[in-house]
Design a binder for this molecule. Structure first.
Ligand code: GRF
Length: 220
């Protein structure tokens, strides 16, 4: 019996390299998903071009046109729900979300954050990992809850920090892992293997550890 593909809406604010990894996975037949829309809160970002090139419908919803966060999130909810997604994927979507928004998509919205959560929530994670003399750094895919960068982790990939690294070289090493673990988490969700229950993440009905499924890369 063929598995029906999951309807996925992807939210972006920038270059969309994580979006591209999902598009590539879908096109290669590796992901049982159908990306039904890409929504950006910023005009002229490369992620919109990537979506258009893949014939995916795009929506620009500029947050600057709204009086406040609540009004923007309400409109965003309406736009997303027109596409009846099974899963909402935040892929470099640089917005703080209202509790109403996160509640509406609870258990069916994922985010990617470039740190080994719970370390380094918020911005400038690569520089902060270097400043703290960490020996490893990485990226986390997690379910989105009302707590910023705080929902239960599904999967985490760690990379070494190497002598001579700066924020940019470290970001590149982390991004290579992003493009592996985000499609993997989305695949698990689409296959019904990954779920959130009572604020914890489960894979194949087994409670995942606090940091999620762990991949340790030794790539330099
Ligand atoms: C990624 O580094 C992601 O971890 C962070 O924003 C960046 C998005 O990159 N949340 P892209 O737009 O997917 O290229």
């Amino acid at each position: 019996m063929a598995i029906q593909s999951s309807r996925v809406v992807v939210l972006i604010s920038g270059s969309g390299s994580n979006l591209q990894a999902l598009i590539d996975g879908q096109q290669a037949g590796n992901l049982p998903i159908n990306i039904v829309a890409v929504i950006s809160n910023r005009p002229d970002v490369y992620g919109l071009t990537r979506a258009a090139q893949a014939d995916i419908p795009t929506v620009l919803l500029d947050h600057k046109a709204f009086a406040n966060r609540e009004a923007f999130d309400q409109q965003l909810t309406q736009v997303i729900d027109e596409y009846s997604p099974d899963l909402v994927v935040l892929a470099g979507f640089m917005r703080i979300l209202t509790p109403q928004f996160t509640q509406h998509y609870l258990g069916r919205m994922l985010n990617i954050h470039p740190s080994l959560l719970p370390k380094f929530q918020g911005l400038h994670t690569h520089q902060r990992a270097l400043d703290e003399n960490e020996t490893r750094h990485g990226v986390t895919v997690h379910f989105v809850t009302a707590e910023l960068d705080g929902g239960p982790s599904a999967i985490q990939a760690s990379v070494p920090i190497i002598d001579g690294d700066d924020a940019s070289s470290l970001a590149k090493r982390v991004q290579r892992q992003e493009h592996i673990i985000y499609p993997l988490a989305v695949k698990w969700f689409a296959e019904g293997r990954l779920a959130m229950k009572e604020n914890r993440a489960y894979l194949d009905n087994e409670l995942l550890p606090e940091h999620g499924y762990l991949i340790e890369s030794h790539e330099h």
